[in-house]
Unconditional design. Sequence first.
Length: 386
Amino acid sequence: MRRAVRTAGALTVLAVAGTVLAGCSSSDEEGGATTYLVGAPIVQSGPGAFAGKPVAQGIELAVAEINDSDFLGDGSEIELEIVDTAGDPGKAIAAYRQLEADDASAVLCCTLGGEAGALSPLLRESTVPGVVTVSILDDLADPPYLFRPFEVPSAPGGMYDQFLDTVLPAGDFADAVMVVNDDNDAMVQDAAVYEAGLERNGVGLAKTIRVGTAETSFTGVATEIASIDPDVVVASTIGSSTANLAKALRSRGYDKPIVSNVGADSRAAYDASGGDLAGTIFPTPFSAAFTVNDEGAEFAAAYEEEYGEAPDMFAAQGYTAMWLVATAIRDAGSGDPAEVAEALAAVEEQVSVYGTLSYTDGQAEAEEPGQYLVWGADGSLTPWPA
């Protein structure tokens, strides 16, 4: 597998091979070999685990390839420390502080919007650079200490706007009900984009229903929606909420489409819904079944061999974030966080599993457009329109 990364004034082609997980040790130097500590305070339990677990697996796979291929040279390796934040911003802050005290070279962070909102001010004032794995909050990237290696789908004219302007007119929907996780800043942000998209495409918004991310019972919500019987339900919710919403809606006989966001690109969410996410349409920057380049196909094959399942968008984002950090450590020739931050800021282009990324002020923009997929009753994903 080969990775190409363009930094200011140079193009580096990175050869990668191997998928076996390698062990790590504390940072030290022995005979020229150095171990670089990289921390990952990310969700591994609670409602956000549907995203955090594949993110962690994507990161682990990247670390395995980096270490097994001697990518860093001289036998040097990445030591990965994953800390379960359980979606708690306080735990995310505490984990970052500990990693900073442990002289981490970089941190992979920010699975959920709440964590990102809490950590971003800290990262901007600290010395250890952070690379965002999942959060789509606006304006997170801020070099030299905060970077995001994927496109923000809610950006004006971006993936969500394009998605809505394609799907809504084709569905000929007259009215909609929108469900929003109102305690998640990113979902509130997305809801504003989706509401504007509905209005722009002439779909009346009959009602907006707000629900917390920790809520597991959507009986009342589904009953209310079924009584309104809109042409489409719009879910600006995290994957676990979307799964619970779909399950409750289908049990009450609502069989019309659900239009959701990138959070619906989750096998765990589909399984949690008992198959009731069938008919849910969503955009995604990456699909293992419909890869856009050789890097994506090779990643999908390696991930499935290691974990026994196809990677989703979240796994791809964790994998890409870890490769960005490893490239910066290699380019810096040092694990010093300030030097790693400078190397991150110098990256201009990255060939990733979801296509070529170009960086402006630490924020990636994708050359390839996103894909629109729909869940099938058999658990398969097919391009929309099916």
